[in-house]
Design a binder for this molecule. Structure first.
Ligand SMILES: Cc1ncc(COP(=O)(O)O)c(C=O)c1O
Length: 476
């Protein structure tokens, strides 16, 4: 009897043992090698969740443009569809239908010329969207050069030095010369004349950003389009314009509907946007839309039949989760124009309030008050014994993630701080940020220094660049 009881105790051990008395939580676990033995799912999840407590709090991560909050219904919808691979089109035709509806809605939002089916696709984010759009520009340029019996080995692309790193990646990965328009100490976006001086017969396209990752300012898209129109009438060069609307694609249509930056400008051939930024979906979903199908060369599209049926694919990755695409459709349906407009207006009002409050602290000048993207960018008014980086470090000790960084060439002498106002940053929370910023300044003015966080940042700088290589440290 007794023996039987003790056997049952062993069988149920995992269920009966209190969580922190579990073997895996009492002893050390291998971190860089596969454990020899299994452990209960609840214990594994606890270990990981506990470790992740050391991460920053996503709600206080004001560095990121990426969504950290969605409605509970969206969370449920995502959880219910996590098992769907988007590429299995034959198995999930309704998911494909939802994807196509998103493409049509976003293309109409960007004022693409009316057509029976718009040309575009979902991506993992703007980076993949940009790689696809860049490839399409390169292929079209190459086809034109080939047809004219001209050399096609030295393509280039013209863009501001303030482009996000994904453009540098595109240029390097796909063998296109990147021609960067330098910034200046009082211009933090592309210069139109400067850009035109870099365009030549090998230019596959010019990039305009709506808005800049560095400051949140919109680049002068319609001026770029006019300049390229003039260039064509003067020289015959027909160079397309791509708009990187990673953030602005879901802001401008609601906050500045009269601003002409999209397919209303005939020069614009393609646009990318991040569904996971102001599209208000968790990472990762992005979109790329072409003016019409003639801007997406057919030989970039692959047709596969091994899933059943014929499937055109133009993605860098074959498999991808469908849930973020479904969540994008949820937002489009749930919010509509009215919902997106009221959210964007609320964010812009918070950004304006924040900029005014930061300015009234007396120590900062405002670089962008959130008039374009709801992003507040500011810097110290006069040189002090401390820097924007020290301010960022001290705020981090309190939990706020407010990045400090230097501008792109030739404005790299200027350091700024930036707050991305996203859904989740209420006026009340913004007020707490201003109070903490004020305490931070008082501390630094008295000669105080940042502590542990700054040291950790310095240490991690030493290992930067090595991060992509897997760690091979021994078992601890
Ligand atoms: C202007 C711009 N383009 C491209 C990207 C890359 O977007 P994603 O993170 O969606 O790949 C970003 C990201 O911040 C951005 O700000």
């Amino acid at each position: 009897m007794l023996a039987g009881k003790s056997n049952r105790r062993t069988e149920n051990d995992d269920l009966l043992t209190p969580m922190y008395a579990a073997r895996a939580l009492r002893g050390s676990i291998p971190r860089y090698s596969l454990p020899e033995e299994s452990m209960p799912a609840s214990v594994a999840a606890k270990i990981i969740l506990d470790e992740l407590n050391l991460d920053g709090n996503p709600a206080l991560n004001l560095a990121s443009f990426v969504t950290t909050w969605m409605e509970p219904e969206a969370d449920q919808l995502i959880a219910a569809t996590l098992d769907k691979n988007f590429v299995d089109a034959d198995e999930y035709p309704q998911t494909v239908e939802i994807h196509d509806r998103c493409v049509n809605i976003i293309a109409s939002l960007f004022n693409a010329p009316r057509q029976s089916a718009y040309t575009g696709c979902a991506t993992v984010g703007s980076s993949e969207a940009i790689h696809l759009a860049g490839l399409a520009m390169k292929w079209r340029w190459k086809a034109k050069r080939k047809a004219a019996n001209l050399p096609y080995t030295t393509p280039n692309i013209v863009m501001g030095h303030n482009v996000q790193v994904c453009w540098e990646k595109f240029a390097r990965y796909f063998d296109v010369e990147a021609r960067y328009v330098p910034l200046s100490e009082n211009r933090f976006v592309i210069g139109v004349e400067e850009a035109m001086s870099m365009v030549d017969e090998n230019t596959i396209g010019v990039v305009g950003i709506l808005g800049s990752t560095y400051t949140g300012e919109y680049e002068p898209i319609s001026e770029l389009a006019t300049a390229l129109d003039n260039l064509q009438s003067e020289t015959g060069l027909d160079v397309p314009l791509h708009v990187d609307a990673a953030s602005g694609g879901f802001v401008a249509p609601f906050l500045q509907p009269e601003l002409e930056w999209d397919f209303r400008l005939p020069r614009v051939c393609s646009i990318n946007t991040s569904g996971h930024k102001y599209g208000l979906v968790y990472p990762g979903v992005g979109w790329v839309i072409w003016r019409d199908e003639s801007y997406l060369p057919e030989d970039l599209i692959f047709h596969v039949n091994y899933l059943g049926g014929d499937h055109p694919t133009f993605q860098l990755n074959f498999s991808r989760g469908a849930s973020q695409i479904i969540a994008q459709y949820f937002n489009l349906l749930r919010l509509g124009r009215e919902g997106y407009t009221s959210i964007m207006q609320a964010l812009q009002a918070t950004a304006g309030w924040l900029a005014g409050s930061i300015e009234s602290l007396g120590h900062f000048s405002i670089v962008n008050a959130g008039n374009d993207l709801p992003v507040v960018c500011f810097k110290l008014k006069t040189p002090r014994a401390y820097s924007e980086f020290d301010i960022s470090d001290i705020l981090r000790e309190r939990g706020w993630i407010v990045p400090a960084y230097t501008m792109a060439p030739n404005a790299e002498n200027i350091a700024v701080l930036r707050v991305v106002v996203r859904e989740g940053l209420s006026r009340d929370l913004a007020q707490s940020l201003v109070e903490d910023l004020s305490h931070t300044i008082a501390h630094l003015e008295k000669g105080g220094k940042p502590g542990l966080v700054a040291k950790k940042r310095e240490a991690s700088k030493q290992t930067e660049g090595k991060r992509v290589r897997a760690k091979t440290r021994g078992v601890c």
